[in-house]
Design a protein around this ligand. Structure first.
Ligand code: HEM
Length: 399
């Protein structure tokens, strides 16, 4: 009997380079029912269809599963904003929460940040002038500084908030360690308390920032209550930080490993917009999405029953040769359809911060390449060991 090929993100080497395993899965079993109690979908068309299929994101719809239930004590949503963030809600709650936040998180508000982002990037590139680690100096601090300043949180809390966010983001990974669960729960309580204090301060003394705008956000008499408000702010921190760190770090790694593409970007700086789409495709900062079926769903001739936990392999979809053609594994900054990647999801939960993430990455990588004509790798690249928010943790360069 041939051995069954199962999705196994815990196998050695997976978090350094998951792509060969994804390819095997796409070829052998693209809609896989896993004995651990989930489904793994790995081809582009099925992932894109299911993202748009209005499946649920609420884990209360999960049917009991003996193996999964014995290893998963607590739904990850309840660890983060008590399950009240838009990421963890279905309509009608999702619709109203997203509408209220979108009202203030506008393309105009985001575009207005460009000069400040450029300033922060230039300071980081200055720090790299004698060489150093791109992650520590640029990719890691930038996205947090941007969202923290945009919200208008007290600067005195910044370092603590950044640490708490770093713990909370682990709720997006498979968790086997009970200690981590309790650390995540504590971090959520502490960050929520800091947000509550900051919100009270904005009520007393409004300012020109996102937190004040969220406090005031109202549509047709509808407002965010305090718990909802806190959960959306926590979500902006969690969803907006390490994801963007990974985009910048993984983008720089991709360039260092493809000197011809680095040269092309240096010679044609206008490529940067499409280059960032290709970085998103080539090495997705979020590897998989999660959904729950509330009705049977048929995909690629397989029926996924109601109550199933479904992992949508976005990073795998982004390398599916059936969709992208035979050069799916090649980095091509001038790829014409790069924007068809599914790294920001699709459908009702499509990333609300996509425009901000794109701008940060375009400015960060664009300035780094423009200002460092001799940019080159100067030591071992280290990966962060994460299954879902997978990215480079250390990228030493000489400039
Ligand atoms: C949702 C990816 C940056 C805010 C999502 C989703 C993905 C994603 C895949 C959908 C999750 C799902 O379908 O369940 C990314 C990536 C980023 C990034 C790859 C960076 C490269 C940001 C930033 C912010 C942000 C900078 C804001 C500061 C959000 C929010 C949602 C979301 C609020 C929830 C939308 C909803 O549920 O309706 N993101 N994100 N993201 N993202 Fe992002």
């Amino acid at each position: 009997m041939t051995e069954m090929l199962l999705f196994n993100p815990f196998m050695p080497g997976f978090t350094d380079d998951p792509y060969p395993h994804y390819r095997e899965l796409r070829d052998a079993d693209p809609v896989q029912e896993h004995p651990m109690g989930f489904w793994f979908v790995s081809r582009h068309d099925e992932v894109a269809d299911l993202l748009r299929a209005n499946l649920s994101v609420e884990q209360r719809h999960l049917a009991p599963h003996p193996v999964r239930d014995s290893i998963r004590g607590e739904g990850e949503a309840s660890l983060r904003g008590g399950g009240l963030s838009m990421l963890d809600r279905d309509p009608p709650d999702h619709t109203r929460l997203r509408r209220l936040v979108s009202k203030v998180f506008t393309p105009r508000a985001i575009e207005g940040l460009r000069p400040r982002i450029t300033e922060l990037v230039d300071e980081a590139v200055d720090r790299l002038s004698g060489g150093g680690d791109v992650v520590a100096e640029l990719a890691f601090p930038l996205p947090f500084a941007v969202i923290n300043e945009m919200l208008g949180m007290p600067l005195a809390d910044a370092e603590r908030v950044r640490d708490l966010t770093g713990t909370l983001v682990r709720s997006l990974e498979p968790i086997a360690d009970p200690d981590l669960v309790s650390r995540i729960r504590d971090a959520d309580a502490e960050l929520s308390a800091l947000c509550r204090e900051a919100i009270a301060a904005k009520r007393a003394e409004p300012a020109d920032d996102l937190l004040t705008a969220l406090v005031r956000a109202e549509e047709d008499g509808d407002v965010l209550d305090d718990d909802e408000l806190v959960a959306q702010v926590v979500l902006l921190y969690v969803a907006g930080h390490e994801t963007t760190v990974n985009l910048i770090s993984n983008g720089v790694v991709a360039l260092l490993r493809h000197p011809d593409q680095l040269r092309a970007l240096r010679e044609t700086p206008e490529l940067i917009g499409n280059a960032v789409e290709e970085f998103l495709r080539y090495d997705s900062p979020v590897q998989s999405g999660r959904r729950v079926t509330t009705r049977p769903v048929t995909v690629a001739d397989r029926e996924i029953p109601a109550g199933s936990f479904v992992l949508l392999g976005q990073a795998s979809a982004n390398r599916d040769e059936r969709f992208w053609g035979p050069d799916a594994d090649t980095l091509r900054l001038d790829r014409r359809d790069a924007r068809l990647h599914v790294s920001f999801g699709a459908g009702p939960h499509h990333c609300l911060g996509a425009a901000l993430a794109r701008m940060e990455a375009q400015v960060a990588i664009g300035r780094l390449v423009a200002r460092c004509p001799n940019l080159a790798q100067a030591g071992e690249i280290e990966w962060n060991g994460r299954i879902n928010l997978r990215g480079a943790a250390r990228v030493p360069v000489s400039v």
